[in-house]
Write a protein that binds this ligand. Structure first.
Ligand code: HEC
Ligand code: HEC
Length: 128
């Protein structure tokens, strides 16, 4: 009984040490290369969370704004600015921040509602 407890304790300690030594280095290794609107010091978790919100708000996948990598087309080159939607999205981020500061709580979803191009006016209706 005693030795079993000791074993469990030892295993727990090894796990704790492994976790402690892994996570901080993994965190500091990742660094965004090309952020112009978000803080350059954003963590991977922060960037990922914003990007997932974009996907949901516009009803698109990552490749709507990002281009595949030239070296390995199976991967995405998230730092590249070749996809023009990325630049539009940057302008939208700035605009959204401005509206938020001046007027009201607003997100991409407020206007986009899950669509790439939000409707600015009601759809054309039958004139009757
Ligand atoms: C609506 C457009 C849009 C969508 C969709 C989108 N992104 Fe982005 N992404 C951007 C923009 C704009 C930036 C740059 C932000 C800045 O300049 O501060 C960016 C930056 C990034 C970066 C940082 C790259 C670097 O090194 O500078 C990563 C990583 C990233 N996106 C991953 C993703 C992933 C993963 C998805 C899908 C879950 C995704 N993005 C979906 C627009 C988008
Ligand atoms: C105040 C309303 C509003 C907000 C907030 C808003 N957008 Fe937009 N967005 C629009 C309108 C309207 C269009 C279509 C007209 C245009 O392309 O100029 C558009 C177009 C776009 C496009 C181009 C779509 C295409 O088919 O080419 C992208 C990408 C985009 N928005 C991303 C975003 C992101 C990312 C956010 C949040 C950071 C955001 N938008 C917030 C109103 C908004």
């Amino acid at each position: 009984m005693k030795s079993k407890q000791g074993l469990i304790l030892a295993a727990a300690m090894v796990t704790a040490v492994t976790l402690c030594s892994l996570s901080p280095t993994q965190q500091s290794e990742w660094k965004a290369k090309n952020l112009k609107v978000m803080s350059k010091r954003s963590t991977k978790a922060e960037v990922d969370s914003v990007m997932k919100q974009f996907n949901m708000a516009l009803g698109v996948r990552c490749n709507f704004c990002h281009t595949p990598s030239k070296d390995d087309p199976k991967k995405m080159d998230f730092a590249s600015d070749e996809n023009r939607h990325k630049e539009i999205a940057r302008d939208m981020m700035k605009m959204t921040a401005k509206i938020k500061k001046k007027y009201l709580e607003v997100t991409c979803y407020t206007c986009h509602n899950g669509k790439k191009e939000p409707l600015l006016a009601p759809e054309a209706r039958d004139p009757h």
